[in-house]
Design a protein around this ligand. Structure first.
Ligand code: SF4
Ligand SMILES: [Zn+2]
Length: 329
């Protein structure tokens, strides 16, 4: 195995802006290399490969602590209201992120909004309540959003197309637990996992957004991107998968009642959500604007635009046939 370059530095660290509860906040985001996702099997996920392997626990703690210090320096320099810490897995899994590191992050974000991601299995009410108390800080301003990768409200799609190992009922129970512990819930949805037609994937998101609206505080929809070394990449190379059209992404946002943030990673490229080369840029810019402004009229006006590829998209939406997935062996 190749040695990891700069293991004491975060995989990525940047500043930006985020819209939360109708306010636009300055934010800092860190992607921290961890012990790695314990589930480690979703068909679409490359992040699970970004982990430390073959090191003892004290070394894991040392390297993660060093990454958190880089984050600390940027937080002190920029003084953001929001700090997002992603670990390519679950922040609350103590095997992946040792308790010492979890506390270190909570302490450094005191008095601000912390967003971390975790699978439902590791979210424990007592522990989360302790962190929620601790993060409030002197001005009682700090809070924790726990992001859950629900991906879809359909158990069939989540199991057959993604292999996520999570039930919708467990997500709902966990969301309730997070609220009881004083935290808030952010939900990730995955637009167009493999084996769905463009129209099925669109319906799946429209329904999922509607169903989770009463359960979650924030919704983020990720249009699927073909990541390297994934089952999805194998399908894509065999021409058995196409990422979603940006027309579909825009149409979902234009019709969703709550504000749904959307980060079309790889937008306009063959591996990411795309239309034709000529209209991608305009739609991507509109989505980025909408993320901060929540201006739905903007997304509606995108859907009124014309381009040579729009007819192709309409044809695909109407004519694409589902692939057969056996229910039994
Ligand atoms: S999507 Fe999340 S749960 Fe699934 S393998 Fe990747 S990191 Fe683990
Ligand atoms: Zn076009």
């Amino acid at each position: 195995m190749k040695p990891i370059k700069n293991p004491g530095e975060p995989l990525a660290l940047w500043s930006g802006q985020d819209r939360i509860s109708d306010n636009i906040h300055n934010s800092v985001t860190a992607i921290i290399r961890s012990g790695g996702c314990s589930w480690n099997r979703c068909r679409i996920c490359q992040y699970r490969h970004e982990r430390f392997t073959g090191i003892e626990r004290p070394e894991l703690i040392r390297l993660m602590s060093s990454q958190v210090n880089h984050l600390k320096n940027l937080v002190e320099k920029n003084n953001p209201e929001v700090v997002k810490v992603y670990t390519s897995g679950s922040f609350f899994d103590p095997v992946e992120v040792p308790d010492e590191i979890q506390s270190q992050v909570v302490n450094l974000v005191k008095g601000r909004i912390l967003i971390v991601e975790s699978r439902c299995d590791y979210i424990n009410k007592e522990k989360l309540s302790g962190y929620v108390e601790n993060i409030k800080g002197d001005r009682d301003k700090g809070e924790i959003f726990v992001a859950i990768g629900l991906e879809t409200t359909s158990d069939e799609i989540r199991e057959k197309c993604i292999d996520k190992g999570l039930l919708y009922s467990d997500y709902k129970k966990t969301a309730e637990l997070i609220h009881k512990a004083g935290g808030k819930v952010k939900t990730y949805l995955l637009h167009k996992p493999p084996y769905l037609t463009e129209a099925e994937a669109c319906e799946d998101m429209v329904r999922s957004i509607r169903e989770i609206t009463p359960v979650t505080d924030l919704i983020s929809m990720n249009p699927c991107t073909v990541q390297r070394n994934t089952h999805l990449e194998t399908l894509w190379k065999r021409q058995a998968y196409r990422p979603p059209y940006l027309w579909t992404v825009a149409s979902i946002i234009a019709q969703s009642k709550p504000h749904v943030t959307c980060d079309p990673i790889g937008g306009g490229q063959a591996r990411g959500p795309h239309n034709c080369a000529s209209c991608d840029g305009v739609i991507l810019d509109a989505i980025r604007d909408y993320n901060l402004s929540a201006d739905q009229e903007l997304m509606k006006s995108v859907m009124e635009m014309d381009c040579n590829c729009k007819k192709e998209w309409e044809y695909v939406m109407n004519q694409e046939k589902p692939w057969a997935m056996p229910l039994t062996r």
